[in-house]
Design a protein around this ligand. Structure first.
Ligand code: PMV
Length: 315
């Protein structure tokens, strides 16, 4: 018996870092997916095959003995085995189109597709139930996760999120292409978030002013998204990037990539924690190819994506 599911990655369009201090962030699912296939076995072993590592282990192990990248899968498999049939085992295979560890939601896509595929061996669950399992599984890697990434990977489309009100769907279906470029610079989200905290503590007034600017900007973005106003969204991306520069999460390489991409697109900014990871540019059919060529000519790895409106797909 086989159970297969796929989930999209995500990017943060606006509001990274400021979201930590209560400002609204806007995220969207992207049409690059992770697919998880689970087979029930009779050997009472959990086996995982993925590009981040392989594992064959018996159930009921303490989670901290499992390699961190594989924890969500092990956690979910062990939970289902204990709940439904403690004599069975599972073989889990993970296929990914999403570059790992660069802020494109690979871990949340793993958790969502993993929760659907692994639980699907024994029961049929709603998207809401799968989302709850995925968030639990994600906590084995990020104990303080807001759940925003798993939410957008489950339902697809665009969401807004803030700490006080949680997440809600943005009801627009803008038709743009995003060109995502990978700096190939390793970064630690935890470290960059802690540098921002330090910046804030040293510059309370300035930081509070930027947060107010960001709030106004997000209001404008929501209007532009509704109107499919690419020029307006691009202008807001350039503004948002300036705020991210001010709080010190950009660097020379990201700036170079953003400058190149801005020449041919509506706007560009970093996405996620910064300090490395990815940037993205907003394009349409007329300037997408030019933007890709511009980045590739300068030896930056990039690809184009659209918003994914499907979210979790059980196959
Ligand atoms: O790099 P990512 O995609 O995991 O994004 C980090 C987003 C931050 O706002 C910097 C941190 C957070 O917890 O929201």
């Amino acid at each position: 018996m086989k159970s297969k599911a796929s989930a999209p990655g995500k990017i943060i369009l606006f509001g990274e870092h400021f979201v930590v201090y209560g400002i609204t962030a806007i995220l969207c699912a992207i049409n690059k997916r992770i697919t998880v296939t689970t087979e029930k076995t009779s050997d009472n072993k959990i086996s995982i095959n993925s590009s981040v590592g392989n594992l064959v282990s018996s159930p009921k192990k303490p989670i901290n003995e499992i390699d961190i990248q594989l924890r969500p899968f092990y956690y979910l498999a062990d939970k289902m085995i204990q709940k439904y049939d403690n004599k069975s085992g599972m073989k889990i295979t993970v296929d990914s189109e999403i570059p790992l560890g660069v802020g494109l939601g690979s871990s949340s896509a793993c958790c969502v597709a993993g929760a659907a595929s692994i639980s699907g061996i024994f029961a049929k669950n709603s998207k809401e139930e799968i989302l709850q399992m995925a968030i639990e599984a994600e906590k084995t890697i990020f104990p303080n996760t807001s759940g925003a990434d798993c939410t957008v990977c489950t339902f697809g489309g665009l969401i807004k999120y803030d700490k006080q009100n949680g997440h809600s769907k943005i009801d627009s279906e803008p038709n743009f292409h995003l060109v995502i470029a990978n700096s190939k610079m390793e970064h630690s989200t935890k470290e960059v978030v802690s540098n921002v905290k330090e910046f804030k503590e040293k510059n309370e007034e300035k930081f509070s002013d930027i947060c107010n600017e960001e709030t106004g900007l997000i209001d404008d973005v929501l209007i532009c998204l509704k109107n499919n106003d690419l020029k307006g969204i691009g202008r807001d991306m350039i503004k948002n990037q300036e705020y991210l520069e001010t709080i010190g999460v950009s660097n020379e390489k990201l700036r170079d990539m953003i400058e190149l991409a801005t020449k041919t697109s509506w706007g560009a900014k970093l996405t996620g924690a910064g300090g490395g990871g990815c940037i993205f540019a907003l394009t349409d059919e007329n300037n997408m190819e030019k933007t890709i060529q511009q980045l590739k000519k300068n030896n930056y790895e990039c690809f184009s994506t659209k918003i994914d409106f499907t979210g979790l797909d059980t196959l």
